[in-house]
Design a protein around this ligand. Structure first.
Ligand SMILES: [Zn+2]
Length: 328
């Protein structure tokens, strides 16, 4: 691990997680493999040996690390504003003196609604645990569902943002109430917790209003969804100088970046999650997703660096806009 520090292609790496929990989280268990608190602590301890965890202010300065050993910098980020950021993650990080920023979707704050992908995960969890639902599901007309769990899983996870009402219809059909789930499970951070986290030195910033896939929105739709989230944060006195794309920035055109920064002169950086890659758009940075099953954070980063160097050999380490627009 000590030698890892020699390899990062640029000094500031940004990593992203969603949740850390020792509970079974039905609303995300089919979306990503989240860390247990023990595994997360192990990740952070291992990373601390090779990297210098930095805060947002230091990140914005983009200076080389102050420490004499010359470790590369690491910015820790989380997405989606899940409540375990307050209950599990923040206490661990406070004890270790590590900063993190959480990119939230204001629509769900205070447990007001469940994000559409979480609805899909919850439905799959409920169907898996109740065989009676499997019998019922084949007569749900809006989606022709084959009553085989793996097929249903694939089907529900392929529902798009614009068709998310299908998830609500299926829930009603199966007598599953998302509101009841939200009342019994604290899925998201509350406004009070956001303010408390800010007081404790953590960053809270924007991840779009309600987590759409940006490439499926019109330019106006992309700008509205982002602005609404940035305005919510500004009104609460939280960070409105950064934005992390929900899912991916893939397929988002230059116009979006230009108009967004024009309307928000304070905006410093936008973030994707395409792994270790340089982005041809100057202020759009790619993060390394760390929730990879059976791989420690250290291993994930190591693999990303090896892959990056391979791509660099063939000149493909930079995301080129021209290529992205050709692929659309
Ligand atoms: Zn997200």
């Amino acid at each position: 691990m000590e030698t890892l520090a020699k390899y990062p292609p640029y000094r500031d790496l940004v990593i992203v997680y969603h949740s850390v929990s020792d509970e079974k989280l039905k609303h995300v268990q089919h979306l990503f493999p989240y860390r247990s608190s023990k595994t997360f602590i192990k990740d952070v301890d291992e990373l601390s040996k090779a990297f210098d965890f930095i805060d947002w202010e230091t990140f914005l300065e983009r200076k080389t690390s102050k420490n004499k050993i010359g470790k590369p910098n690491l910015l820790l980020t989380f997405d989606d504003g899940y409540s375990d950021f307050h209950d599990v993650i923040a206490p661990i990080l406070k004890q270790k003196g590590i900063y993190a920023i959480n990119f939230i979707n204001p629509k769900f704050i205070d447990n007001k609604d469940l994000m559409w992908r979480c609805k899909a995960s919850l439905l799959i969890s409920k169907i898996e645990e109740n065989k009676d639902l499997l019998q019922q599901i084949s007569s749900f007309k809006s989606l022709q569902l084959n009553p085989v769990v793996s097929d249903i899983k694939k089907n529900l996870l392929s529902i798009k943002f614009e068709n998310q009402n299908l998830l609500d219809e299926l829930a009603t059909f199966l007598n599953i109430d998302f509101k009841t789930y939200l009342a019994q499970n604290k899925v998201y951070l509350t406004t009070d917790e956001l303010l408390k986290l800010k007081q404790d030195g953590f960053g809270i910033s924007a991840h779009g209003w309600d987590h759409p896939l940006y490439q499926e929105l019109s330019l106006d739709g992309q700008l509205d969804n982002t602005q609404k989230a940035l305005d919510f944060l500004e009104n609460l006195g939280l960070n409105n100088d950064s934005f992390a794309f929900p899912f991916t920035d893939f397929g988002v055109k230059n116009d979006f970046f230009e108009k967004l920064s024009k309307a928000n002169p304070r905006l410093q950086y936008t973030f994707g999650a395409a792994g270790l890659k340089l982005d041809s758009r100057f202020k759009n940075l790619q993060r390394i997703p760390l929730e990879v099953e059976n791989y420690s954070a250290k291993q994930v980063i190591k693999n990303e660096i090896i892959y990056y160097n391979l791509l660099k050999l063939i000149g493909k380490h930079r995301i080129k806009l021209e290529i992205i627009s050709l692929l659309r």
